[in-house]
Design a protein around this ligand. Structure first.
Ligand SMILES: C[S@@+](CC[C@H](N)C(=O)[O-])C[C@H]1O[C@@H](n2cnc3c(N)ncnc32)[C@H](O)[C@@H]1O
Length: 173
């Protein structure tokens, strides 16, 4: 894609520092065009014809927080589906969580970048399958407001079931 707002190395440097500070995503110099294209789309959409003006708006304007959320949504990769990385989750539940419950503890699981919720719902199913659901606290968070609103809605389509791994016995339910 050719950006209508070219990004100089200096503008790239201040934006990549801002993004690393806000969301911990790091862009290398080789990503300049890629990031520039994404920034240009957001900047033009928000009514700016200069990336520097857009930067100042994000950084200093009180109204910039909502646009920062929109930019975060544009930058993050929300790849997720039910039963993704199932083997690891099963090991975590069977070998870490279940023994702690058996020992009288109440473990807390944090799906720290849960995207639209398929990961914590998968974990909840694995817990329920073992009778552990009400013995464990399960917390989920994400930096993307759009992903979280999908997670809260809890409505999932066929793309959420695109795992290549053989589904666990409860998947049909
Ligand atoms: C590839 S998805 C992974 C979703 C899920 N963990 C899974 O494996 O199915 C990555 C998620 O990380 C989130 N993310 C990126 N940076 C984050 C940060 N600093 N704090 C919280 N979430 C973040 C993104 O919004 C995105 O939803």
């Amino acid at each position: 894609m050719t950006s209508r707002l070219p990004i100089s190395p200096q503008i790239f440097a201040i934006f990549s520092a801002l993004i690393a500070e806000k969301i911990g995503i790091h862009y290398d110099a080789g990503d300049r065009e890629l990031l520039g294209d994404k920034l240009a789309v957001r900047a033009l959409d928000a009514g700016f014809d200069s990336l520097l003006d857009y930067y100042y708006f994000l950084r200093y304007d009180p109204a910039g927080a909502a646009e920062m959320d929109a930019l975060i949504d544009a930058l993050v990769v929300g790849e997720t589906y039910f039963f993704r990385e199932l083997a690891q989750l099963e090991v975590a539940v069977s070998e870490l969580i279940a023994p702690r419950v058996a020992a009288g503890g109440r473990p807390r699981i944090w799906s720290a970048a849960c995207s639209s919720g398929e990961e914590p719902f998968t974990i909840a199913m694995l817990l329920a399958e073992r009778g552990l659901r009400d013995k464990v606290d399960l917390v989920a968070s994400d930096i993307s407001p759009r992903a979280l609103s999908r997670a809260r809605a809890g409505v999932f389509g066929p793309r959420s079931l695109r795992s290549n791994a053989p589904p666990p016995p409860f998947a049909g339910r």
